[in-house]
Every structure is written in structure tokens, then in C-alpha cells.
Design a protein around this ligand. Structure first.
Ligand code: NDP
Ligand code: X2W
Length: 344
């Protein structure tokens, strides 16, 4: 049994970890933290967990207690893992961080985008970016995994086959992405109110979103050189889901894109390349650890349009983090992650 601790158990990614871990036969949650709900039983806050966690209750973060776990997930705002990860690693506990704290390799760039100094630059060299479709072998041996962001997951998985094979003009890529409101987390914000988000849709952070450097970093590794990307996120009136519409111009128009994508992801358990001409819906991945992709060439032109959908809380956060945990502990990668999406 893998003994699991979770820091930040009351938020949306925290409760999603609890939901997925309740179905995991080889892991048990031993410690779950919340400062605001200290002492409350998890099933009293989240009735969907009733019957799954017995008397497990939230407690305030305590590094000695967390350090008795095999692995600790951070489902916290950025900056929190910077302060605690080093101590846990020293205690022999592996760390999977769902926040952005260890995703960017350059501490100065992190500081520019996150508006505060990087709190643990000494840990960056060993942090492994937790995208199994790219870094599976490094994740296996990692002590510290940085789980990718939601937009970066959908965007990278959609673009990777094109960039790894040098098939497009990668100086002018476009990622037009839509997110559900749960992407903004559970804390109270006017912009997340039903009255603000329903019956409406808007772009935001067009001048630069924090996920831009993360996506550019990952796509740059895939291409083998720096790439250019315009990334525009949008907020849409749904609870879960990311829909990424990705555009690139082909350098070689003779390539069979469908065969390319099917071959790239043939052995990936959580990437589904749909039949040519498909239009994946976000609801087809709701609750499931899956990225569904369809690749198009409208009117046979040299323009590629890739459609990539995930559930931001599953393949975009907690499911992907659990996938990394399975890999780190030598388990079948699919353990606890086989649930089918909810339709409708
Ligand atoms: N929502 C999403 O779709 C995705 C989120 N992420 C990232 O995952 C992380 C968690 O996101 P999400 O679940 O949405 O966030 P929420 O705001 O919903 O939850 C945050 C959690 O962190 C705890 N917390 C807050 N501050 C601290 C602190 N200083 N020390 C310890 N615990 C703290 C809170 O509990 P309490 O205050 O009671 O301690 C709460 O349980 C964020 O970094 C987010 O950006 C990544 C991918 C997708
Ligand atoms: C809809 C919405 O607000 N989405 C969030 C997604 C960010 C997120 O979850 O950020 P990390 O994964 O990088 O921590 C945003 O745009 O800030």
C-alpha cells in the first residue's frame, strides 16, 4: 500500500484526488490537510466521499506527520510547496506538486510570471515535469514531480506529434483554449459566480497568461529549439473541461496526419486519437483521465487544426498526478484511473 498525504484537501483538485484515490486498490490516504477545516471529517465536507474514508479528518499541515507518508501531493496555491517540499524530501517522502511551483526550469522566469521570488530554486534541477507521455522514465525515478497545468496538458499533447517531427512552422503556433470555471479553484471570487459566468464567455489574459512560459518550455523541448506561440485562454460556462483548438502551418503537405497521431499515441493508455473528421466534446472526458484528440486539415490546405479535450481536474490535474504516482511506485499506470467519462 502506498501511504498518501495531501496538502490542500478542501480545494477542487484535493477533493478530486480523494475521489480517485477512493477507487485505488493500492493506495491509502493517511493525512489530509486544511487550515480552515481542521478537525472536520472529509465525508462531512464532501458527502460524495461518505463510506469511503471512515474517520479521516482534515488536520493542519504538519511536516512530521506528512513526512511519515510515502508520497505527498500538494493541491495548494503556488508558493506553498516551495516552503515544504525540501523538508519532506529530506525525510524520504516523495512529492507530487499540482501547483506551478516546480514546472518552470528557470527560477527567474518563474519569479517574473508569478510576481514573487522562487522559494526553492535549489530543488529545480531534480524536479521532473509530470507529463507521462513525454517523461515516463524520468518520472519513474523522480523524488519530486511537477504535475503540468491544465491548459499546458491539452496544448502539449495536441501539438507534440507535429513538433517532434518538425512538420510545422513552429515560430507561429496558435492555441485557442477554453476552460470550465472549476479551473479557477474553489475560493470565492466575483469572476467565478454563476451570475458572472453563465450565459456568457470571455477571453482573458491575452497579453500573457502564466501558462504561456510553461507551454513554450514543453513545446521547445519537443521541437529541439525555441518556438513561438500565441495562447489565448477563455472562460466558458461549464464546470469542468478544457477545449484546445490548435493551429499550425504544415511545412510538408504530403504527411498523413491521422497515421502520425495514431502512431505517436498507440501505446498511451490515456490519449485517444479519434477517427479522422471527429469533433471531441469536453463531456466525453468529464471525470476521466483521458485526452481525446482529433486532427484536421480544413479543405486539404496546409493549415493543421488539432482539437484536444481534457477534464481540467483529471488529466489536467489530479488524475495526471495520480498517473505519475503509479509510475513512481512501479504500479500499473492505469490503477485507479479506469473510470469512464460521465455522459451526458
Ligand atoms: N483547478 C484546476 O483545474 C487546476 C488547478 N491546478 C493547480 O492546483 C492547485 C490547487 O488548485 P485548486 O484545487 O483549484 O485550488 P483551491 O483554491 O480550490 O484549493 C486550495 C487548497 O489549498 C489549501 N491552502 C491554501 N493556502 C494554503 C497554504 N498557505 N498552506 C497550506 N494549504 C493551503 C486550501 O485549504 P486551506 O486554506 O483550508 O488550508 C485548499 O484546500 C493550484 O496551484 C492550482 O493552480 C492545476 C491544474 C488544474
Ligand atoms: C479558468 C481559470 O481561471 N483557470 C486558471 C487555470 C490556472 C491553473 O489552474 O493554474 P495552474 O495549474 O498553473 O496552477 C487560470 O487561468 O488561472
Amino acid at each position: 500500500m502506498v501511504k498518501v498525504g495531501i496538502v490542500g484537501g478542501t480545494g477542487y483538485t484535493g477533493v478530486e484526488l480523494l475521489r480517485l484515490l477512493a477507487q485505488h486498490p493500492l493506495a491509502e490516504v493517511a493525512v489530509i490537510t486544511s487550515r480552515s477545516e481542521n478537525g472536520l471529517k472529509v465525508e462531512d465536507l464532501y458527502p460524495n466521499l461518505r463510506g469511503h474514508y471512515g474517520d479521516l479528518a482534515f488536520s493542519v499541515p504538519d511536516t512530521a506527520l506528512l513526512g511519515s507518508c510515502d508520497v505527498v501531493f500538494f493541491a495548494t496555491p503556488h508558493g506553498v510547496a516551495h516552503g515544504l517540499a525540501g523538508e519532506l524530501l529530506a525525510a524520504g517522502t516523495r512529492v507530487i506538486d499540482l501547483s506551478a511551483d516546480f514546472r518552470l526550469k528557470d527560477a527567474d522566469e518563474w519569479a517574473r510570471w508569478y510576481g514573487q521570488p522562487h522559494g526553492a530554486p535549489q530543488l529545480l534541477p531534480e524536479a521532473v515535469y509530470g507529463l507521462p507521455e513525454v517523461n515516463r522514465e524520468q518520472i519513474r525515478a523522480a523524488r519530486l514531480v511537477a504535475a503540468p497545468g491544465c491548459y499546458p496538458t491539452a496544448t502539449q499533447l495536441g501539438f507534440l506529434p507535429l513538433l517532434e517531427n518538425g512538420l510545422v512552422d513552429d515560430s507561429r503556433l496558435i492555441a485557442d483554449c477554453k476552460s470550465g470555471v472549476s479551473g479557477a479553484g474553489r475560493s470565492a471570487k466575483i469572476g467565478s459566480l454563476l451570475t458572472e459566468t453563465s450565459e456568457s464567455m470571455m477571453a482573458y489574459s491575452v497579453k500573457g497568461h502564466r501558462h504561456l512560459p510553461e507551454i513554450i518550455q514543453g513545446l521547445g523541448y519537443a521541437a529541439g529549439h525555441a518556438v513561438g506561440l500565441t495562447f489565448v485562454p477563455h472562460l466558458t460556462p461549464m464546470i469542468r473541461g478544457i477545449h484546445a483548438t490548435l493551429y499550425a502551418t504544415l511545412l510538408d503537405a504530403s504527411v498523413d496526419l491521422q497515421a502520425l497521431y495514431e502512431a505517436r499515441y498507440a501505446s498511451e493508455p490515456f490519449v485517444d486519437v479519434m477517427p479522422a473528421g471527429s469533433h471531441p466534446q469536453t463531456r466525453s472526458v468529464r471525470g476521466a483521465n483521458v485526452c481525446r484528440i482529433a486532427v484536421h486539415r480544413p479543405q486539404g490546405s496546409d493549415q493543421v487544426v488539432v482539437l484536444s479535450v481534457i477534464d481540467n481536474l483529471v488529466k489536467g490535474a489530479s488524475g495526471q498526478a495520480l498517473q505519475s504516482m503509479n509510475i513512481m511506485f512501479g504500479l500499473d499506470e492505469r490503477t485507479g484511473l479506469n473510470n469512464v467519462a460521465l455522459m451526458p
